[in-house]
Design a protein around this ligand. Sequence first.
Ligand code: ADP
Length: 463
Amino acid sequence: MVTESDSALAVSNPATADIIGYAPVSSDAEIKADIERSHTAQKHWAALPAKTRSGLLQRWFELLLENQEDLSRLMTLEQGKPLHEAQGEVLYGASFIEWFAEEAKRTYGETIPAHSGDKRFVTIKQPIGVACAITPWNFPIAMITRKAAPALAAGCSFIVKPSELTPLSAFAVVELAYQAGIPRDVIKVVLGNTAPQVGDIFTSHPLIRKLSFTGSTRVGSLLMQQSAHDIKRTSMELGGNAPFIVFEDADIDAAVKGALASKFRNAGQTCVCANRFYIHSNVYDTFVTKLDAEVQKLKVGNGLENDVNIGPVISESAKTGIQSKIDRAIEQGAIPVTPIQTLPGLFMQPVVLRNVSHDMDIVQQEIFGPVASIMRFDSDEELIHMANDTIYGLAAYFYSQNIHRVWKIAEALEYGMVGINEGIISTEVAPFGGIKQSGIGREGAKQGIDEYLDVKYLCFGGN
Ligand code: ADP
């Protein structure tokens, strides 16, 4: 990455390699000063009536909608995803702000029947304090709003370090928060000299009480270890290895449609995207033929051009990593259904691999690229074993029309989220999150705001 000076980070367009802008970089001392100001501001923010915070968040939501075109264009320029996907992400990102503007007013406590007549028990929920976040490049806006909105709704102040690859969307979306009237010290974007340096400050600073992270399991584990030092609360949205399963009783055309959406959205660079396909032997050939026919129709190109379905991958190292996974799979016996074309720059031809087996490296690792690896299975028992045979537990998908099988498989899959006859599952109204090494905590839904609240129990004696 090129820096213009010590205090600016160059941001480039993955489709063209052109530098599109510079983002400000703060020194360690500036970040620490930001945290102190954020701590002071949080007290005033939390003291506002929930309805007032809600109104400011509602205005922020409206400003995202009013600026949808500019935000989408900026996102495509720095991240590469097709413009229509960027437009969708702005709406999706905004939906969390709307949802938590509503939830701000509903952080109810409880009354609890006491165990003796002279006591009264009550719980109240209070904001944790200063919350910070570290976010990735694959959803440059939504990964921020689904942390910032519940934090602000709860009465926390919020500081985010976005990915160094997509900071401009972060600065833009937070600028809209200021335009909505949210005070500058209540929400802030910072970039430091290096990501680990900011991670160190966030996890060691005594005024920060909460860290929410979305990214790799490796970095998440590191940040949890660092946060353990003074027992900071953490939420972790980490890697995935989603199985996509098609039973012989499935609607195959619906499964192909779901597979395309789940696997190839954002060039396969999402943590919930299908990473490995298990298809019942009786429908394997039909599914492979139909999926490959659709994949060959996908148009690869600059996301600003019309009708592009797949933009560039994010970086040279991402491209090399995906290519080496494909090469290794082919060495181990996988066969591309249609021969793979090599494309220039950061573009990659989407590929369907058949003849894949469960023990291949490509099945065990997160691919994060436009590659569908397709395996066969014969029995439900064998399938359940293979589907759960991973350290990850984020999302899983399956297609079946048999209600008994649907319940059995839905309960047996060890994942935080399961798409049943559906390839796209994320929404602000449902809890997003993983189990096992895919993470801790939930984002969105009624659960999302609890990640930023402490429960306090009040015991009233002498009644
Ligand atoms: P990805 O492989 O998807 O980029 P990472 O986990 O490497 O996932 O990155 C996600 C976020 O974590 C980014 O904002 C990145 O800058 C940040 N990051 C990477 N390494 C560290 C670290 N050691 N400490 C804190 N943040 C980090």
